[in-house]
Design a protein around this ligand. Sequence first.
Ligand SMILES: Cc1cc2nc3c(=O)[nH]c(=O)nc-3n(C[C@H](O)[C@H](O)[C@H](O)COP(=O)(O)OP(=O)(O)OC[C@H]3O[C@@H](n4cnc5c(N)ncnc54)[C@H](O)[C@@H]3O)c2cc1C
Length: 658
Amino acid sequence: MALDSKIPAGPLENKWSEYKEHCKLINPANKRKLEIIVIGTGLAGASAAASLGEMGYKVKSFCFQDSPRRAHSIAAQGGINAAKNYQNDGDSVYRLFYDTLKGGDYRSRESNVWRLAEVSASIIDQCVAQGVPFAREYGGLLSNRSFGGVQVQRTFYAAGQTGQQLLLGAYSALERQVALGTVTVYDRHEMLDIVKIDGKARGIIARNLITGELERHFGFAVLICSGGYGNVYYLSTNAMGSNVTAAWKAHKQGAYFANACMTQIHPTCIPVSGDHQSKLTLMSESLRNDGRIWVPKQKGDTRKGNQIPEDERDYYLERRYPAFGNLVPRDVASRAAKERCDAGYGVGTSKQAVFLDFREAINRYGKVECGKHGIENPSEEVIREHGLAVIKEKYGNLFDMYAKITGEDPYQVPMRIYPAVHYVMGGLWVDYELMTSVEGLYCLGEANFSDHGANRLGASALMQGLADGYFVIPYTLGNYLANEIYNKPTSTDHPAFAEAEKNVADRISKLMDIKGKHSVDYFHKKLGKIMWEKCGMSRNEEGLKEAIEEIRTLRNEYWNNVRIPGTDKEFNPELDKAGRVADFIELGELMCIDALNRKESCGAHFREDSQTPDGEALRNDEEYMYVSAWEFKEAGDWQLHKEELNYTKLMPTQRNYK
Ligand SMILES: Cc1cc2nc3c(=O)[nH]c(=O)nc-3n(C[C@H](O)[C@H](O)[C@H](O)COP(=O)(O)OP(=O)(O)OC[C@H]3O[C@@H](n4cnc5c(N)ncnc54)[C@H](O)[C@@H]3O)c2cc1C
């Protein structure tokens, strides 16, 4: 199938307005007859379901947690971007567009990025109207802070709990629709297949995770808002339950999977501490507003951070990238940390960590506060006391989290941090309308291949998820459903439903019948190790080829030797996990194939054979200025389709943050 991204004609600035003015509409009486399935209740799914319910559609909303409120989005910490220019520092829709396109190393679709920047301001208005408690200045105006890869302050935040507050807003909007009867929530339900009739998505098979029963649900359209797949690496900052299953089932039903290898490794996470760890913790990027990153100048230095004098510290980001300093994009900061640790300058017992230090910020804020309070000639102690109060106010919950996990007091000693898997730019390929390559099947939020190209700038995922759910899908879905008003709902007795249900049941039985020797986690850890070592922060041809072979062997072992206790007709989290890990194994292979195909470095995808003399990612625009969209043929076999990327407003150049 040829890829049609359906980008509207006309100047970039007008595309979205033109689209909205000319897309098809549906009258209210017809909307009430149209049933829509939404998989996921994170920011993308909850905002979409609430908006569509408010518009009058009949919505069925699914999540695997015990409450929509527990979607991974609740964990987002640092903030959400919007081109409001409240700081009067030169921000604009163009600047946000420019930063996002450049940050993604020119591997995203120009028209989508412009639209994202354009609707960003409305997101803040929407959330404020819902009562989201964004941080405010003393005078009541909304406050902003900086995130990496930009030189303006455009990030809106609610302490270190921005995702939580935004999700509570979206959840309230969703629950309002539940009360009004337009939305029905199915929690503890896992979508396990898409039902297609005459080439169109017409429903899903879901498993009730409490009873194990399989259920059939009809919908005129299905929206996948199932989040990211970073847990393919086993250890990541994602919620433990985040997985690829919904997107993967859609992929196997014909939805192309795009830029699978593009994984964001976040530079500021608490380092791995041992083999028995099952989760990594993010220290929000907002900390880079005030924290300075450094390593000792002397190799193998074992002193505590606060014992190392100023002139023996190497603030390597400030040294290498004076223009952006500690606020370079995540891919650049992560690679720079790895480079220092590989060269022997790492700190802590593992030597796989660098320092994130607030000493200077505490001093700076302290002096300002003393000035405000009219304290003349304050002692160092008084300055520190006032500075600490400011840091506590801004980042207190993050500092507490660090102290609880590491047992160290970050107000007294610098934090130790190291890069960790955090977000995926890859996902289901979607056109301008967010429709996948299957008619009637849409994908929103982190689950789609998104607007972030080869690297997402911080605070842009929440923006994209909410843009998709509140502002894009309400228009684009109607444009499709307007043609469906002539059709009657399909009965779930249709043979296509029966066949899909049988396939799901057979797969569950097959997994249960293996009765092998090893736990699901045993295999997941093995997969994670292969992915991290060979398809992680840097990649090379030999390693990727080895990884593909190793994953194929692992897939075989898995289907012969995994052990799932209990039965399939009860609450059985091990079985749930088993299905997800089986999908992760297949995805891992595709990620390595995608990384092998892309013989260039761009953003977070760093091929060792494609770098500038000073170790920066070197793109190859001649050969790789495309989105790779993979079509599933059969296990281990995919066909590549290319969506060429064209830029009209901004000509791609070598990224430079120096
Ligand atoms: C620790 C952390 C901090 C972050 N901080 C920020 C930040 O400050 N700013 C920012 O912009 N981004 C941040 N991000 C990224 C951001 O949180 C995510 O990209 C975003 O929340 C994803 O939202 P989503 O709605 O796409 O998916 P999710 O929030 O992951 O929701 C997925 C939903 O899909 C459901 N689901 C999945 N599969 C199935 C299935 N098979 N059947 C039924 N339901 C299913 C789940 O139950 C869930 O409801 C952070 C990420 C992490 C890990």
